[in-house]
Design a protein around this ligand. Sequence first.
Ligand SMILES: [Zn+2]
Length: 137
Amino acid sequence: MTGRTAKIPARCECGSAATRRVNQFILRDALWWDSEFSCGTCGIYLCEHSGPEPAPDDVREALLAAHGPARLRLVGPVPRLVPALKVLREVFSAASLSRARELAAELSRDGLVGTLPEMEFLRDRLLLRGVHADIDP
Ligand SMILES: [Zn+2]
């Protein structure tokens, strides 16, 4: 599995420039993100967050800026839409059925775009339900 890392400039309590290092990765069949804060001046180091939930927008934006987006597309025609809808509703938690239908339509046309770990996670979930999708290189 491909984890992704990005650095976000931050400001330390000591007044120096510090760094937030954010990671997104697949662990134990879940999509995780975490964040570490460190300051080279005063030496502080904190684990700010670690958990299996969707990454917040600033973390996703940093990862997309550092690595570019990945695009996931269904391979060939979809034999049955229901398994794909089920996965989409699971992965995009609380997606309504109509939203899941929109996502499925995007998946079969231009593809869905996100970070590489997000798209690998979705691809693997789809595959478990017999739906084949590929990530554009
Ligand atoms: Zn500091």
